[in-house]
Ligand binder design. Structure first.
Ligand SMILES: [Mg+2]
Length: 282
């Protein structure tokens, strides 16, 4: 059975040293004479299209139109290459630990298809990945142009991969790898599998509430990643799909009383778990 693995970009493949944020700040300043003030976590994990609208509304107080979003898009893209180069020069541009080795290994698996699932606009993603040498692993993907919502972008990535590799992927065959709670929730909303890298740009508390199926510090733990993908059995004999991180004492009791089975995991993938008040039993 083929598996499609969708990788987010910022904080999952590379840290671009804030190049995207700086380019966006400069673009808005150039166009509207005002600098947008980002609160922590406001733009991380959102699509660029969403971010362009947010910053426009932030500095003008008006609702963003398509034409204004396009203006910001163009200005951002013209400023991004210099910011990425600058970050690479200052060495604030870095690859996420273990990612190159993992992608090299995955690219040789005959049943694995790799694609991007990023909120970056396509050209922006290519500019950001250029210094990393990782672009060659991704023949297609979903991008910021695919909509304001990450779900739309992920679904577009699946469609493109289906077309490119002439195969069908059911939601159970799609694995989303990201670093923020927004990546995890979007994956769950689509019924896809979800993994979170904890050393990225995500908020630790929100990530815990989002409850990804797999949480890893970085990509050095290839065995666990392979167990999650179902490409390898757990060396300690633990069955796949039984790990869960309860968010409260009540949930802990509930999960240990009822046990977790495949059906429940599917339900957790689909439900917006993080939107539930703590301790709510579904
Ligand atoms: Mg990210």
């Amino acid at each position: 059975m083929k598996k499609l693995v969708l990788f987010d970009l910022d904080g999952t493949l590379v840290y671009a040293g804030g190049a995207g944020r700086t380019a966006l700040t400069k673009a808005v300043k150039k166009l509207y004479g005002k600098e947008p003030k980002f609160e922590h976590g406001l733009i991380s994990g959102r699509t660029d299209t969403d971010n362009f609208s947010i910053v426009y509304e932030m500095v003008t107080g008006k609702k963003a139109t398509k034409a204004e979003v396009k203006k910001i898009h163009d200005a951002y893209l013209s400023l991004l290459p210099a910011e990425v180069k600058n970050a690479a020069k200052k060495k604030t541009y870095k690859l996420v630990t273990g990612v190159k080795k993992l992608l090299e290994k995955l690219s040789k698996e005959k049943d694995v298809v790799l694609a991007l699932g990023t909120g970056n606009i396509e050209q922006g993603a290519k500019i950001k990945l250029e210094p990393s040498g990782l672009l060659k692993y991704f023949a297609c993907g979903g991008y910021g142009e695919d909509g304001h919502k990450r779900e739309d972008m992920l679904k577009a990535a699946v469609k493109r991969a289906e077309k490119k590799y002439i195969t069908k992927f059911t939601p159970d065959q799609v694995y989303v790898v990201g670093d923020t709670h927004r990546d995890v929730l979007a994956a769950k909303n689509c019924g896809f599998h979800s993994a979170a890298i904890l050393s990225g740009l995500g908020d630790a508390h929100l990530l815990q509430r989002a409850a990804a199926e797999l949480e890893l510090k970085n990509f050095n733990d290839v065995v666990t990643f392979y167990v999650w993908l179902g490409l390898q059995t757990d060396p300690k004999g633990v069955k796949r799909g039984i790990y869960i991180s309860p968010a409260s004492a009540i949930e802990h009791v509930f999960f240990s009383r009822t046990g977790i089975d495949e059906d429940r995991l599917k339900m957790l993938r689909i439900k917006k778990y993080s939107d539930l008040p703590s301790g709510t039993i579904m």
